[in-house]
Design a protein around this ligand. Structure first.
Ligand code: PMP
Length: 455
């Protein structure tokens, strides 16, 4: 749609009529926001004429940037041919069929079935139902409890908010009572005097203790992001996942790998579970499966579970009008074609990610950076007042908010989570553009440091 309204009118209408996600409605109604009018390559443009480099791949989804015509054209062609039909009542459509089989090809071995949703949140709701159905069919109806982690993000429907471990979301949601949370493997926040490796083992063993407390006969699944994204790009110590794997291997508990951010190359491999060598039973995907161009999410189900779900018989009482929407699936197919045919995931891991990591690590020398974390194409820098004690720059994450706002003013979109600055640039960012990202971020860090030393 070409802009037909001027900026002032758009902003006013937005403030008057549009409630935004994860936003203080009152503050927005008073102060408004920014209208994004177009995007190209890795740049977004707002209606005031600002050009902003996107250091976040949209919302961790536009791994290929904004100019992938093949995806746009595939959607346009699909809308001409078959704009919609549902997948209920023994109907299917070619893009959904092809995408399900393509996903079986690109996901780890042993994953041969897909269930489609429109989002990551709905996909995680679906995972819960699949897990419960699986154990019911096996004659183990008591296995209903699910273990997740504090500060995890699994989406914002009621079930996904309950699965997640964000306290602000729990405060506003009457959550599901069969979900239990253990601590996150966030060494910088919680490690104290322990070295990273010992802390990783200790954090993993909380899973073992929680299973023992709840009773293995009652626990159905453990859900985790290989790297917590929205929680602050929390890259666990290297000891963490092997210990989790040991604990899961010894028990009759399913593992759901939430790959909504990690999937499709962000960690350097196609899926985060492959980076860490863990073998899930269910994979949650969304976001980069369509490069963010169309809403699509879903569950990949491994053969162990699929065999039971297939042979058990009876209807799976779950589905969404747009499950397997032809235009979304056409976007997914075109996106996966690019990932496969250009080898961009592998090339990014080999060429761009080491350059990105080098620039991230340089930030550690900055006076207000207490720790950096980087894996593949995402990273975090924790802001502190004092590196030794890890004392935060300012209460309530104000330091990171200040830094983020300075970066955006200077034409760089990065994000703040807690006291950390977060980056997840598109894979099509050039090395020179990665350098620009860090130049702008360093300027924002300098401004933040002088603001807080002066105050
Ligand atoms: N899981 C994870 C790991 C996510 O990061 C997100 C979204 N950021 C979701 C689930 C929810 O996805 P959606 O916003 O598409 O519902």
């Amino acid at each position: 749609m070409n802009a037909t309204l001027d900026t002032a009118t758009l902003k006013k209408l937005d403030q008057d009529h549009h409630f935004h996600p994860f936003t203080d409605f009152n503050d927005y109604a008073q102060n408004g926001g920014r209208i994004i009018s177009r995007a190209e390559h890795i740049y977004i443009y707002d209606s005031d004429g600002h050009k902003i480099q996107d250091g976040m791949s949209g919302l961790w989804c536009c791994n290929l940037g904004y100019s992938m015509d093949a995806i746009k054209n595939a959607v346009a062609a699909q809308l001409q041919e078959l704009p919609f039909y549902n997948n209920f009542f023994r109907c299917s459509n070619q893009p959904a069929v092809e995408l399900a089989s393509k996903l079986a090809e690109v996901t780890p071995e042993g994953f041969n079935h897909a269930f489609f949703t429109n989002s990551g949140s709905e996909a995680n709701d679906t995972q819960l139902k699949l897990v419960h159905r699986y154990f019911d069919l096996l004659g183990k109806p008591n296995k209903k409890l699910v273990i997740s982690r504090k500060n995890a993000y699994h989406g914002s429907t009621i079930a996904a908010s309950s699965l997640g471990g964000m306290s602000a979301m729990h405060d506003q949601t009457m959550g599901l009572n069969y979900i239990h949370h253990i601590n996150q493997p966030h060494w910088f926040e919680r490690g104290g005097d322990l070295d990273e490796a010992s802390f990783g083992i200790q954090a993993a063993r909380e899973l073992e203790a929680k299973i023992d407390e709840l009773g293995e006969e009652n626990v159905a699944a453990f859900i985790a992001e290989p790297v917590q994204g929205a929680g602050g790009v929390i890259i666990p110590p290297e000891s963490y996942w092997p210990e989790i794997k040991r604990i899961l291997d010894e028990r009759d508990i399913l593992f759901i790998s939430d790959e909504v951010i990690c999937g499709f190359g962000r960690t350097g491999r196609w899926f985060g579970c492959e980076t860490y060598g863990v073998e899930p039973d269910l994979i949650t995907f969304a976001k980069a499966v369509t490069n963010g161009f169309m809403p699509l999410g879903g569950s990949m189900i491994n053969d162990k579970m699929a065999d039971v779900l297939l042979s058990g018989g009876g209807e799976f009482a779950h589905g969404l009008t747009y499950s397997g929407h032809p235009a979304s699936c056409a976007a997914g197919l075109a996106t996966l074609d690019i990932y496969q045919n250009t080898g961009i995931i592998e090339k990014t891991a080999e060429d761009l990610a080491p350059h990105f990591a080098m620039r991230v690590k340089e930030l550690e020398a900055h006076a207000i950076v207490g720790q950096v974390r980087v894996l593949g194409m995402f990273a975090a820098a924790e802001l502190v007042k004092d590196k030794g004690s890890r004392e935060r720059l300012a209460p309530e994450s104000a330091g990171a908010v200040y830094c983020r706002d300075r970066a955006i003013e200077d034409g760089l979109m990065v994000r703040q989570t807690g006291d950390a600055m977060i980056m997840a640039p598109p894979f099509v960012t050039t090395p020179a553009e990665i350098d620009t990202l860090f130049e702008k971020l360093s300027v924002a860090l300098d401004k933040t440091a002088s603001h807080y030393s002066a105050s």
